[in-house]
Ligand binder design. Structure first.
Ligand SMILES: C[S@@+](CC[C@H](N)C(=O)[O-])C[C@H]1O[C@@H](n2cnc3c(N)ncnc32)[C@H](O)[C@@H]1O
Length: 311
């Protein structure tokens, strides 16, 4: 059963300012929560292209979206890094809106066998795309100590990254590290008791780092966002939901690159802005979930939504 509570659902759907005959893309379809709401607002002439690199997500969203009768969507099992190429294969050159709801779904986290979660004992996998060859097990068992430490520090902002990497290398000389819980035990031994009490689950940052690295989540983000921005028709929007500061920083920087200080001023009427301004920043400050949403869905607590529009 594919379960995932969509985050910032109303805010992001409103943020897309959907035209009923428009062409839209959900770059991270997951269980189809956002896709469903977009499709509900489209007529026969409108179309939605749904990307996900996880075959299980494509299957689950197919079932969900088919319950809507117009059948005006196309599922694309692909990494969104191939956004432009895959859309071109469907003869799509411009779109009216693209949504990115980044990271993993609750389904991926809860499906023990995927190895994403420190709460489930499973093989160290962490691939969103199961046709990819690199797994977390390979990183943990074959990378140099220094490289493991750098990954954990860079993508997890874990201050005990060097201790953790040292202990990983020490343990793997005795026996290959195969499971999430074996890794959790090593991490617990590497973090001082005081930090274990105050810093959330001790394995949280290391698991986040490995997941980001294995799936090259940040490496492709800025390039893909630029591609997405350039695909927009006039009035079209890109909405991005992020879940940690590293992702959000990238989105902020890319949106900044495409807007000027003047265009980022939402209080200035568009016709008073310079003619050469091509994009408008809709969210000068990111939109964050309400306290009620956070109470109902803990996964929402770090979410941020940013929106850019082609003028
Ligand atoms: C947070 S979930 C999306 C949930 C969805 N918006 C919903 O409401 O059901 C993120 C999804 O994006 C997919 N994903 C993450 N990075 C991707 C990438 N680079 N290319 C394609 N899919 C990706 C994951 O496999 C996951 O299914």
């Amino acid at each position: 059963m594919y379960e995932h509570k969509s985050v910032l659902l109303n805010e992001s759907i409103e943020g897309l300012a959907i035209k009923k005959s428009g062409i839209y893309v959900d770059a991270t379809t997951g269980g189809g929560g956002h896709s469903y709401q977009i499709l509900k607002r489209l007529d026969y002439a409108g179309h939605l292209y749904c990307f996900d690199q996880d075959e299980a997500a494509i299957e689950a969203s197919k079932e969900h979206l088919q319950t809507l009768s117009l059948n005006n969507f196309t599922l694309i099992h692909s990494n969104f890094r191939f956004l432009k190429e895959k859309l071109e294969e469907c003869n799509v050159k411009k779109v009216d809106g693209i949504i990115f709801d980044l990271g993993v779904s609750s389904f991926q986290l809860d499906e023990g066998s995927r190895g994403f979660s420190y709460n489930h004992d499973a093989l160290l996998d962490m691939r969103m795309d199961q046709t990819q060859s690199l797994t977390a097990k390979e990183v943990i068992n074959s990378y140099k100590e220094e490289d493991i430490a750098n990954i954990i520090y860079k993508y997890g902002e874990e201050k005990y990254s060097r201790n953790i990497a040292r202990n990983i290398v020490k343990e793997r000389t005795k026996k290959e590290i195969l499971t999430t819980h074996e890794l959790v035990e090593i991490i617990k031994k590497s973090i001082p008791t005081k930090s274990k009490i105050t810093g959330g689950h001790p394995a949280k940052r290391t698991f986040q780092a490995l997941r980001i690295y294995v799936n090259d989540e940040l490496g492709i983000l800025s390039k893909t966002l630029e591609v997405a921005i350039k695909l927009l028709n006039s009035g079209g929007r890109v909405c991005v939901i992020t879940f940690h500061s590293l992702e959000d920083r990238i989105v902020k920087e890319v949106f900044k690159k495409y807007t000027t200080e003047e265009s980022r001023n939402r209080f200035m009427p568009i016709d008073l802005k310079k003619k050469d301004i091509q994009y408008n920043l809709i969210t000068r400050k990111p939109i964050i979930p309400s306290t009620q949403e956070i109470e109902n869905n803990n996964r929402a607590h770090s979410a941020k939504l940013r929106i850019i529009q082609k003028i």
